[in-house]
Design a protein around this ligand. Structure first.
Ligand code: NAD
Length: 265
């Protein structure tokens, strides 16, 4: 039995993760964490996940050991919990997005002590999309303009989405472009002709959209659009649970969703 802790347990993702952990015969929920002052503190985790009583109360701090912790909270909280996991030898899955370069470096550093997996998107579909887009960008060459459009619900805190940024990174790796030099975030004003190498990223915020990503490869006379649409958060939740099972007993190091899902380019 793998013992699991969840950080950010009362959030949209955390609540579903705790529900599926409780249902999974290979997993045991041992801790459910929320930020200080949250109204769910002290309540049974079943009160946020929609299930019945679990016997696990929502707390502000860990008071037991776990094999693996799953984090869907905020960048600051992800870093704080990562430092705790490294001290207590708990493997870590981070789904939180919006971490800055320094925070990513911190996770990289802590992966010298514990098994870590950080991914802006845990779904099989989006991890397949990463590979498809990398291949397509190599195949079309510099003839085609590449633009990324993402749409998310009105409550999303960071923009552009971590998934859109990872798509741009994949295209840059595949085509010798550079994130710092070639990626722009929206357009405004007299922009002039579009530079050949440019990758435009555009963030739409609308209602309750769970997460749509489209990459457009456009040339003169034709275009290709590759789109992924998440219908339910459970696609991410199931991926996060697979990731937790995968790294729970692994030695220290950085692991990826490609390792978990065994998606080959
Ligand atoms: P949310 O706002 O609904 O939930 C976040 C939860 O974290 C809230 O309950 C909040 O109170 C809690 N939290 C904040 N600070 C905390 C702290 N210090 N300690 C403990 N808990 C704390 O957000 P969400 O939609 O569940 O998304 C959470 C994160 O996951 C976001 O960064 C989002 O972009 C990301 N996300 C990633 C994936 C993926 O597949 N990797 C999928 C969906 C969302």
């Amino acid at each position: 039995m793998i013992e699991v802790a969840v950080n950010g347990v009362s959030g949209r993702m955390g609540a579903r993760i705790s529900a599926l952990v409780v249902e999974d015969p290979e997993l045991k929920l041992v801790a459910a964490l929320e930020r200080p002052g949250h109204q769910s503190i002290g309540k049974d985790v079943g009160s946020v996940s929609g299930g019945g009583e679990t016997g696990i109360k929502i707390t502000m701090a860990m008071n037991t050991h776990a094999d693996v912790l799953i984090d869907f909270s905020s960048p600051e909280s992800a870093i704080a919990i990562a430092e705790y996991c490294a001290r207590k030898n708990i493997a870590l899955v981070i789904g939180t997005t919006g971490l800055n370069a320094q925070q990513h470096e911190k996770i990289q550093h802590l992966s010298g002590q514990i098994a870590c997996l950080i991914s802006p998107n845990m779904s099989v579909g989006v991890n397949t999309l990463f590979n498809l887009v990398a291949q397509a960008s190599k195949m079309v060459g510099k003839e085609f303009d590449i633009e990324i459009i993402e749409t998310h619900h009105r409550f999303k805190k960071d923009a552009p989405s971590g998934t859109a940024l990872r798509l741009a990174e994949k295209i840059c790796e595949a085509t010798d472009r550079e994130m710092d030099k070639d990626v722009i975030y929206g357009r405004n004003g007299i922009t002039g002709d579009r530079p050949t190498n440019q990758i435009g990223i555009h963030a739409v915020r609308s209602g309750d959209v769970i997460g749509d990503h489209t990459v457009i490869f456009g040339s003169l006379g034709e275009r290709i659009e590759i789109t992924h649409k998440a219908h339910t958060r459970d696609s991410f939740v199931r991926g996060a649970i697979r990731a937790a099972k995968f790294i729970a007993k692994k030695p220290p190091g950085m692991y990826s969703m490609s390792d978990v899902l065994q998606i080959q380019a």
